[in-house]
Write a protein that binds this ligand. Sequence first.
Ligand SMILES: N[C@@H](CCC(=O)N[C@@H](CS)C(=O)NCC(=O)O)C(=O)O
Length: 211
Amino acid sequence: MKLYSYFRSSAAYRVRIALNLKGLPYETASVNLVKDGGHNKRPEFRAVNPQMRVPALVAPNGEVLIQSLAIIDYLDETHPEPPLLPAEAIARAHVRALAQIVACDIHPLNNTSPLRYLKHDMHQEQSAIDAWYHHWVRTGFEAIEALIEAAPYACGAKVTLADICLVPQVYNARRLKVPLDKFPKIVGVETACLKLPAFDRARPENQPDAE
Ligand SMILES: N[C@@H](CCC(=O)N[C@@H](CS)C(=O)NCC(=O)O)C(=O)O
C-alpha cells in the first residue's frame, strides 16, 4: 500500500499508527503541506485526493481511500487483528466518542487550512491565531481528561482508536506549546502508547520526510 503522508500531519500520523499496529508494510509518498504554499494544492495531488489533504491511502486494488477514520475502519475491517475497537457495543461507543472529540471537534478547527484562512483572509494576528488554537485544544482535552477512566491506554488495557487519535493530537499540542500540566491522564496515555513500537515508528521525527 502507498500512504500519502506528511511527517507533521496528525491525521496521517493516525493512519501510520494503525498500519503499524496491523503489521502492514507501506510505502510513504510525502506531500509537503508547507513548501510553496503546500504541495497538496498541486494538480497532481488533487488528482489523487480532490480534497487536497493527507492522508490518502492507495489500497492493494489501486483504489484511493481518504479521510483517516475511514481509512482506519477499512484497515480494521480487512485486517481484524488486533482489533482497534472493543467487542462490546457500549465500550465501542465510548472509544469512538474519544476519537471523535479529537477528529471532529479539535482537529478541524486547528488544521492548516483554517489557520491559514484566519491569517490570510481574516487578517488575524499570529497571537490571536495561537489563542484560538490553544482554546480549542484545551476545551477538547478537558473533556477527554474527564472521560478517561482507565489506564494505561485511554480506554483500558488495550490500545484502541481513541489512542490512535489522541497521541497525534498531543504531539500537535506540544508543538504549538499548549500547557499540558492539567492533563495528567492524557499525558499518561501518550507515555504508555509511545513505548509501543507501532506508535514509536509512526512518530513524525521517525518519518522519511522529517525535517
Ligand atoms: N478529517 C481529515 C483531515 C485531513 C486533514 O485535514 N489533513 C491535514 C493535515 S493533518 C491537511 O492535509 N491539511 C492541508 C490543508 O488543510 O491544506 C482526516 O481525518 O483525514
